[in-house]
Each structure stands twice: as C-alpha cells, then as structure tokens.
Design a protein around this ligand. Structure first.
Ligand SMILES: NC(=O)c1ccc[n+]([C@@H]2O[C@H](COP(=O)([O-])OP(=O)(O)OC[C@H]3O[C@@H](n4cnc5c(N)ncnc54)[C@H](O)[C@@H]3O)[C@@H](O)[C@H]2O)c1
Ligand SMILES: [Fe+2]
Length: 379
C-alpha cells in the first residue's frame, strides 16, 4: 500500500497572501531570517492578519542548526504562539516546522490544534507541503532530514510576488533543487502514478520557466510557474521519496556549506548516469530508471527513439540547463578546495550512505559507487 495525500491546503497565484485575512484574533509567531525582516516581508505578511498579536523571530540562517530551533522555541514560548507562520526559503520553513514540533514536546503545547502556515519565498524545496525538515548539527557537520507527518504545514501560500527579490544565483540554485526532487522522485523505489504526474509537470515547467526566471526576476509568469513546480515536486517526493543525489547533497552541504540546490545541480547529471546504468542489460532490457528517464525525455520532446538516446539526451539537457543558468559543472569550478574534499571523502561517503533519502534510490548504492560519483564531480 502506498499513500499520496494532500494534507496541506495550497493557495497559489498572485494575491494568494489574501488567505491570511481569515486569521483572526490569534497570537502569531512569524519565523523568518534577518534579510527578509530587513526587507519588511514579515510586516507585509502581518498586514493581512486580522486583529492578531504578532511576534517576529528572525534568527533563521541557511541550513538551520539545532541552536536556531532552540532560540525559536524560546520565542514561541515568550509570545505564547497559537499560529506559526514561516516566511522565507526552505531553511526558514524547515526551522519553523522543527520549532513547532519541539515546542510541542518541551512546552507541552497543544500544537495539533495550532495551525502552521508556510509562505515560501524561494521556489525550491517544496518544504511547504512535505513531512521533512532538514536540520544541521554544526559540531558534527551533518544535516539531518527529520521526517514526521506532524511536520507537514496545514496551509501553504504560494504568492509569486514574494520570490521576485531572489537574485539570479538563488533562483538558479533553488530551481535546480526542484528539478532534482522531481527527477529523483520519478525513479525512486516509491514512485507511483500520482507522484509521476507531479514529476512530469514539474520537470516540464522547470525546463521552460527556470531560464526565464533567472534571466528576469520580475517575470511574474515564470516566477508563478516555478513556484507551482516547486510545490508539485515537493508533493511528489513526499509520497515517493528521493535518492542518493540528496543523500550526497546533505553530506556535502553539511561539511562544505555549498547551497543545497547548487550541490544537487552539480551532482544531478552524474547521478542520472549512475541510476540509468546503461552498461547493464538484464533479459534484454535496461533498468526501470533508464526506461523512465527515456519517458521523461519524451515528455520534454527530446529525441528518445530508444532508451540509450533518451537517457543521454536527458542528461545533456540537464547539463545544458546548468550552463545556461550559471551553475558550474564541478566542485573545482565551484571554487571548493579539492584537498579538503579528499580529506573528508570517507566521512562524506559514510554520511551519504546513512542519509535517510538514499534508502529510496532506485539502484542499490555502496561506498564504492558514492566515491565514484564524488570523484566525478570534483573535476
Ligand atoms: N523540508 C524539505 O522538504 C526540504 C527539501 C529540500 C531542501 N531542504 C532544505 O532547505 C534548505 C534550503 O532552502 P532554500 O534552497 O530555499 O534556501 P534558503 O532558505 O537557505 O535561502 C537561501 C538564501 O536566499 C535568501 N532568500 C530567500 N528568499 C529570498 C527572496 N525572495 N529574495 C531574496 N533573498 C531570498 C535567504 O535569505 C538565504 O540567504 C536546506 O537546508 C535544504 O537542506 C528541505
Ligand atoms: Fe532538496
């Protein structure tokens, strides 16, 4: 038995913030980061609330560590929050989800009744609809994807206006996170008809609209389509799972502090080739992942008369998109100290293998495979 549930009510399109007018007479904790606060985004959100006492916690940083969650729980307690509203990128939404969950445990707060709204300002993680929150342990240099249905926000507000301020590099990185979610969920061990439908639409939208959103951040149609794609890819992987691309991205991100979407993007062509496993034919057929990549190539109108060409053209298209939006092909081109990567290699491989997302990779993954992928992206 599998599950595909739409536990989050999704309000989308220009003017979606209007949904907040229905929040009345509540103590609200807005969770955000310093940059968003300086830009007045929490105030813009608060203006839609009706007769609410609003507190702002702006302590979130990218790849939020445990300490941010602890500080957020204190802010939660201090204001006696009845609603948590996360406004920001995936880091902010993840932090808010963890704050609410920890508050439930340590403050004995009745969070089941308490609404959690997620308002993404990047089109990337899909965190507004998922049961995941990625929290970093800085001491160990590890990123942990927490997983529980209780983490899923009740309401997601996808207002593309909030993403126009994202600079081209953030737009590109987060957009490639969307593509990675969709392409991993499409072939993961948990894929199903429902997640496939979301993946196919999300991938089409990314190839069409991500270059436009990167080229012109004020292109509201491109922003809206990327916001929708991000959410759809989130729904897909929440049901189907991800794979070793994310397992390695978490491992590398925890140690080398490369933006999550960027490291996913660098890994993606290599992971696609690994999963397609074109050197192995079993009973005259390539593996399911390879055949599904061929199908995705067809969805994108790429030449795919056979599996080999479909896979190859899909990989080339991902590489082409990376180049077009300014994402480097290797860690070296990203400016990473390769001696440090070599030094960390063993730990990175172990962390990738232990990461919960690796468990649903379509092709079984062993240390030697992860090491090979790592070597390939070093450059
Ligand atoms: N929960 C999930 O399901 C899930 C899935 C994938 C990734 N993640 C996690 O989410 C985090 C990454 O989130 P992200 O990629 O959205 O980036 P982010 O939230 O870390 O934000 C990146 C930067 O962009 C800035 N920013 C955000 N919105 C902006 C805007 N509209 N205008 C200008 N600047 C803006 C932020 O201030 C920050 O400096 C990672 O920790 C990753 O592991 C979670
Ligand atoms: Fe991701």
């Amino acid at each position: 038995m599998q599950e595909f549930s739409l536990g989050t009510r999704i309000f989308f399109g220009e003017g979606a913030l209007e949904r907040l007018r229905r929040v009345e007479d509540k103590r609200v904790l807005i969770v955000t980061d310093k940059f968003m606060n300086q830009m007045g985004v929490p105030q813009r959100v608060a203006a839609f609330l009706t007769n609410c006492a609003v507190s702002v916690f702006d302590g979130v940083v990218p790849d939020p560590p445990v300490e941010v969650v602890t500080a957020g729980v204190e802010a939660f307690r201090d204001c006696g929050a009845q609603i948590v509203i996360a406004v920001g990128g995936g880091s902010t939404i993840d932090a808010a989800k963890a704050i609410r969950e920890v508050a439930k445990q340590v403050l004995d707060a009745d969070t089941d009744k308490m609404e959690c709204f997620a308002i993404p300002t990047t089109s990337g993680t899909g965190s507004e609809v998922t049961d995941y929150a990625v929290i970093t342990n800085r001491e160990q240099g590890l990123k942990y994807p927490l997983h529980s249905k209780a983490l899923r926000p009740m309401v997601a507000i996808l207002d593309p206006e909030l993403t126009v301020s994202a600079p081209p590099s953030v737009t590109a990185d987060t957009g490639m996170d969307v593509l990675t979610h969709a392409l991993e969920a499409y072939v993961s061990t948990g894929y199903n008809d429902f997640s496939d439908a979301m993946c196919e639409k999300a991938v089409s939208l990314v190839f069409r609209f991500l270059p436009l959103a990167v080229a012109d951040g004020n292109d509201l149609l491109a922003r809206e389509k990327m916001h929708n794609a991000s959410c759809m890819a989130g729904l897909a992987f929440n049901s189907a799972g991800l794979g070793v691309n994310h397992g390695l991205a978490h491992a590398i991100g925890g140690k080398l502090h490369i933006a999550h979407g960027r490291i996913n993007a660098i890994l993606l062509p290599k992971v696609l080739a690994y999963n397609a496993d074109l050197t192995t034919v079993h009973k005259g057929e390539y593996c399911i992942a390879a055949r599904k990549y061929q199908r995705m190539a067809k969805v994108l109108d790429l030449p795919a008369p056979n599996v080999r060409l479909g896979v190859t053209n899909l990989i080339h298209e991902v590489e082409k998109l990376n180049r077009k939006i300014g994402i480097p092909a290797t860690l070296k081109a990203q400016g990473v100290d390769l001696a440090r990567v070599k030094e960390l290699k063993e730990g990175l491989v172990a962390a990738a293998l232990a990461d919960a997302t690796t468990a649903t990779n379509p092709r079984s993954v062993e240390a030697a495979h992860v090491e090979k992928i790592l070597t390939e992206i070093m450059g």
